[in-house]
Design a protein around this ligand. Structure first.
Ligand code: ADP
Ligand code: MG
Length: 259
């Protein structure tokens, strides 16, 4: 069983320090929710973990089973078992979803085993159909160009299909629920919940309780000003739903004078 450990991480973007001393440990099979006001660094953290070149790690470590991956490329990190579902997935006209997935699955198999010939077309199709069933996606989706003309909800489902096909150890879902209607949130969230029960470690970033009702996090963290200021169980998300973030700001905003 693997562990993803983020230790005292500091990250800058465009010359400004956004993540300021972030600590979190996620074991495979655990679901952690990360919540917090807009602009507090949730996407910056996700991008830094995945290795986006614009996000500069100033200090700290990102460890998988004790091995620091913070100097690896995005591709190498993905082969180590980290997956990021983007808040804004990009379109790749000319490449079908099925072809994209097949290339990605085979690349990962080759990275793990240089001798691997990849998955046979029949095995690949069988697996893709099983995962599409899980996410209640129409099979015709596989023949469409990746995210090209996909609705918001279709893009998010395609992201989760990639997640299901690549079988990473850890997944970060950055506001995967934005743009989804109620039914799609349920389907996508239940899909993620079932992957978590098969030993996927999940960091789910969301503003809404709805997704958490299905994904069922064991841990809820509040990010504020680039660090975790509070950790609790599912009740913490309910408190945020009821009271918003004002109490977090009152308690933790360094620019507020303390009474
Ligand atoms: P959140 O996801 O919590 O809403 P972000 O991580 O997107 O917050 O943003 C945190 C801060 O970092 C914001 O001030 C934002 O403007 C800045 N930021 C994030 N990404 C970039 C980027 N690619 N270029 C410039 N500034 C960025
Ligand atoms: Mg964001």
């Amino acid at each position: 069983m693997s562990t993803l450990e983020i230790k005292d991480l500091y990250v800058s973007v465009a010359g400004k320090e956004i993540i300021k001393g972030f600590n979190l440990t996620i074991k495979q099979g655990e679901v952690h929710a990360l919540m917090g006001p807009n602009g507090t660094g949730k996407s910056t953290l996700s991008n830094a973990i995945m290795g986006h070149p614009k996000y500069e790690i100033n200090s700290g470590q990102i460890l998988i089973d004790g091995e620091d991956i913070s100097n690896l490329s995005v591709e190498e990190r993905s082969h180590k078992g980290v997956f990021l579902a983007f808040q804004y997935p990009v379109a790749i006209p000319g490449v079908t979803l099925a072809n994209f997935l097949r290339v990605a699955v085979n690349a990962k198999m080759k990275a793990l085993d240089p001798e691997s010939k990849g998955m046979s077309l029949i095995d690949f199709r069988r697996k893709m159909k099983a995962k599409m069933d899980l996410l209640q996606m129409d099979y015709s989706f596989g023949g469409r160009y990746l995210n090209d003309g996909f609705s918001g909800g279709e893009k998010k489902r395609a992201e989760i299909l990639q997640l299901a096909m690549l079988e990473p150890k850890f997944a970060i879902l950055d506001e995967t629920d934005s743009g989804l209607d109620i039914d799609a949130i349920r389907i996508v969230s239940e899909g993620v919940h079932s992957l978590a029960s098969q030993e996927l470690g999940v960091l789910v970033i969301t503003h809404y309780q709805r997704m958490l009702n299905y994904i069922k996090p064991q841990f809820v963290h509040i990010l504020f000003d680039g660090r975790i200021v509070e950790t609790g169980g599912p009740e913490l998300a309910l408190k945020l739903e009821e009271h918003g973030y004002d109490w977090v700001r009152d308690e933790f905003d360094p620019t507020e004078t303390q009474a």
